[in-house]
Design a protein around this ligand. Structure first.
Ligand code: MRU
Length: 338
């Protein structure tokens, strides 16, 4: 199991740090109240950390998995075993399988070559996010008000962020009037992590409960809803944090535009449509407890899907580092991704 250990203060936000013989993961379950690292010494440790949400967010999960492979290679453990245990940790974000496929393509599979590849995956993600930030911000009008969901910032990626990267870039360009962000039940990635990142950067923002989004769009003006993605099918259907689909429907009903921001490693061209995307279901305990404290009757039954699929028809633009896919269709996705 990963070992808990104290960590330095949170600036800059570095969720994943390679430390020669181990991997340090900022424990995102404890943020922002407690800043602590979890130390991983094997692929199995990293897989546990992914499953338990120590590290989360599609790109960050892929980066952590790549380093997990390196840990096992350095210890002389079997590559395929490491790949299997990591691939099984969470099902929806395709960045995990994408990063593991990149690691599998390394020849020869020496620890040094594998580490270099993991570090490239990590570095490239930041570069891609900065590019997507520029492309996405260019779609926003001056004085834009935006709504975002879940956490898609530096904590969920190799830095800067996907949807939050667009928001960061737009803020730096002076284009943003303000940001609303959902709390994102049940893990509260919005109120814990996105709020933290926005405040860290001095971006004016207000949190809303997830159920307030449609009312917000009717009662106040929202120009764009901006979200990340965990897997984008060949036809543009997009899996993202549960609640994203409802945001897309409300956006269309109230005249707000809907933008998905994700690097090319989030596309799964082998998956024809959203029907083929596996949707992770987690324990109902996550819905009926907060920090281990139960608030629903003992024995209550439930359903806890943690992602949903937004059909491409509700998406105005998908921004990836290669460009912007306006009104995505299979033809446009394939033309951009090649
Ligand atoms: O369950 P999580 O916290 O891993 O879910 C994260 C999201 O759904 C993000 O929006 C997504 O990974 C896209 S961008 C980092």
């Amino acid at each position: 199991m990963p070992r808990p250990s104290p960590a330095p203060p949170l600036a800059p936000l570095e969720p994943i740090r390679w430390a020669d013989d181990h991997l340090r993961l900022l424990d995102q379950r404890a943020l922002p109240v407690v800043t602590a690292d979890v130390l991983c010494a094997s692929a199995a440790d990293v897989a546990d950390a992914i499953r338990e949400m120590v590290v989360r967010g599609a790109p960050a999960v892929g980066i952590a998995a790549a380093y997990g492979v390196v840990l096992d290679a350095r210890a002389g453990r079997d590559f395929d075993d490491a790949r299997r245990v990591l691939a099984a940790s969470r099902p929806t974000a395709v960045n995990l399988g994408w990063a593991l496929a990149r690691m599998a393509a390394v020849t020869p599979r020496t620890p040094g070559a594998l580490l270099a590849e993991a570090q490239s995956i990590h570095r490239e993600d930041l570069v891609q996010n900065l590019r997507m930030g520029e492309l996405g911000a260019a779609l926003l009008p001056d004085g834009a008000t935006v709504l975002t969901h879940c956490n898609t910032g530096a904590l969920a990626t190799g830095g800067h962020g996907t949807a939050l990267g667009v928001i960061r870039t737009a803020h730096r360009q002076g284009k943003l009037a303000g940001v609303y962000h959902t709390e994102t039940r049940p893990w509260l990635q919005g109120s814990r992590l996105t709020a933290f990142e926005l405040m860290h950067e001095g971006i004016p923002a207000q949190v809303i409960v997830d159920g307030a989004a449609a009312h917000l769009m009717r009662a106040r003006h929202v120009d764009w809803v901006i979200v990340g993605a965990d897997r984008i099918a060949a036809n543009g259907d997009t899996a993202n944090k549960i609640g994203t689909y409802a945001l897309a429907l409300a956006a269309r009903a109230h005249g707000a535009k809907f933008m998905v921001v994700a690097p090319s490693g989030t596309f799964d061209l082998g998956c024809a449509s959203g029907e083929g995307i596996p949707i992770e279901e987690r324990s109902v305990d996550e819905v009926v407890t907060v920090r281990g404290q139960r608030f629903a009757p003992e024995g209550v039954r439930g359903f806890n899907p943690v992602f949903d699929v937004t059909p491409a028809g509700w998406i105005d633009a998908i921004v990836c580092e290669r460009g912007v896919i306006v009104a995505p269709t299979e033809q446009r996705v394939r033309a951009m991704l090649g």
